[in-house]
Design a protein around this ligand. Structure first.
Ligand SMILES: Cc1cc2nc3c(=O)[nH]c(=O)nc-3n(C[C@H](O)[C@H](O)[C@H](O)COP(=O)(O)O)c2cc1C
Length: 209
């Protein structure tokens, strides 16, 4: 279970000017490496008592504004983010000995942006978003299947499915982004972008592995 990482390192001079530029490069490399679901990330939230929870979601877009995922606002994560918008995102790119960790603040995407994305989803996924009150306890699988079947009757293929009111996106605006590259002898590279106090730029610092 002990891997020896032989990858080339990263240093301050070769990094992108912003974490978004650097993320773009690494994300392209993760995609190019054939990694399974490179946009899967672990989202960490905390409840009102400070108890953490995490789960995997798919990042659906990113740009200079932040990283976007879609979910149910009434889910555990949705409720926790409503109470405390501080969040962490972790991309676990183990096969290429890389990890990216974003910490920041989650904001709901606008309804127009949410609707535009919802319309790109397959019809069945659109119905599934209505059928599931995500994170609530379900008596039996049949309840979900019945709810789905009723919706499928109401909205046959080709019929536009409205966006569920409780469903939508979060855009995580980063405060810091760490790029981790596995190296030999456990002397890994860790380079972290931290937003400057004026909010305009980024400071890059190296962390001990
Ligand atoms: C690979 C993978 C991708 C997932 N993508 C999403 C997603 O994009 N949105 C989502 O709400 N849940 C997604 N899930 C399900 C979540 O992990 C989780 O079960 C669900 O969001 C409920 O989480 P919560 O109860 O902590 O809020 C995904 C799970 C896996 C394993």
């Amino acid at each position: 279970m002990r891997e020896h990482y032989r990858a080339a390192g990263i240093d301050e001079t070769g990094l992108g000017g912003t974490p978004f530029q650097q993320f773009t490069r690494w994300f392209q490399e993760a995609v190019g490496s054939g990694l399974y679901e490179p946009n899967a990330m672990v989202v960490g939230t905390v409840d009102a008592a400070g108890r953490p929870s995490s789960r995997t979601v798919l990042m659906k877009s990113f740009d200079e504004r932040g990283f976007v995922f879609y979910t149910n606002y009434g889910s555990r994560k949705g409720r926790e983010l409503a109470g405390n918008p501080h969040v962490s995102l972790l991309f676990p790119w183990h096969p290429i000995a890389r990890q990216v960790i974003v910490t920041g603040v989650a904001h709901r995407t606008g309804r127009d942006e949410t609707a535009a994305y919802f319309r790109t989803r397959p019809h069945g996924s659109q119905l599934g978003a209505w059928a599931s009150a995500q994170s609530s306890v379900v008596g039996a699988r049949e309840e979900l299947d019945r709810a789905y079947a009723e919706l499928a009757d109401r909205y046959p293929p080709g019929e536009q499915v409205p966006v569920p009111p409780e469903w939508g996106g979060f855009r995580v605006v980063p405060e810091a982004v760490e790029f981790w590259q596995g190296r030999e002898n456990r002397l890994h590279d860790r380079l972290r972008y931290v937003r400057t106090p004026d909010g305009e730029g980024w400071r890059i610092e190296r962390l001990s592995p």
